[in-house]
Design a protein around this ligand. Structure first.
Ligand code: ZN
Length: 212
């Protein structure tokens, strides 16, 4: 699949899964110096490959008639800081709930490790600004996900599929935490418990084949 086709495919999935509504949210995927990004003002389930602009890492429009998403400066800042290959940004409900009420998402489930443990909420700044890009870059340091105060979430990955799955996981973790808060006080995993998970994952149980 070409970079632009990936945007169409995952844009459609993002809408289907309710991760974005209307023209909110944006995706990008990179190859070398070129970044295909969703255009400004087009719903993510109505994209065509030709409608998706291609920019270089410095922010010059290389191909396409439509303007790149207004959040493109944030995407480019993250590519420059992390060397990642794909970025997904949504205004998903539970991610946005956490981003409007908390300064971080504590690890209440060991799958949070897949995103780097604690997910930080980047300080608020107006959308599309260099300030927001810098805040997101700082919150993402060493992690696969960040939340943006009063705004939404952003995830990165070595492929578009990985970045997209990270967004689904982030939303699930936020939903578990928010629903947990409605029931009681969610227990947060300790550093020791999280270290034990890392250890366990590095040493999976072996099941020797039964002798025939
Ligand atoms: Zn946004």
């Amino acid at each position: 699949m070409s970079l632009r086709e990936q945007l169409c495919e995952y844009g459609r999935r993002a809408v289907e899964l309710g991760l974005v509504i209307g023209t909110s949210g944006n995706l990008s995927v990179r190859q070398g110096d070129q970044v295909a990004v969703t255009p400004s003002g087009v719903a993510l389930d109505r994209l065509t490959p030709e409608a998706c602009p291609i920019v270089d890492l410095a922010g010059h429009l290389v191909e396409g008639e439509l303007q790149p998403s207004s959040e493109t400066p944030m995407h480019l800042a993250v590519y420059q800081a992390t060397g990642t290959q794909a970025i997904v940004h949504t205004h998903s409900v539970f991610g946005t709930v956490v981003a409007t009420t908390m300064t971080e998402l504590p690890p209440v489930h060991y799958n949070a490790l897949l995103l780097g443990g604690v997910v930080k909420v980047a300080e608020y700044a107006t959308y599309g600004t260099p300030e927001l890009a810098a805040n997101v870059r700082a919150a993402l340091a060493g992690k696969q996900a960040a939340l943006m105060a009063n705004h939404g979430g952003v995830t990165i990955g070595a492929t578009m599929e990985q970045a997209f799955e990270a967004t689904r996981l982030l939303e699930w973790l936020c939903e578990v935490y928010v629903r947990g808060l409605a029931v009681g006080r969610p227990a947060v995993l300790t550093d020791e418990q999280l270290a034990a998970v890392v250890d366990r994952a590095a040493n999976p149980p072996a099941f020797p084949r039964r002798p025939s």
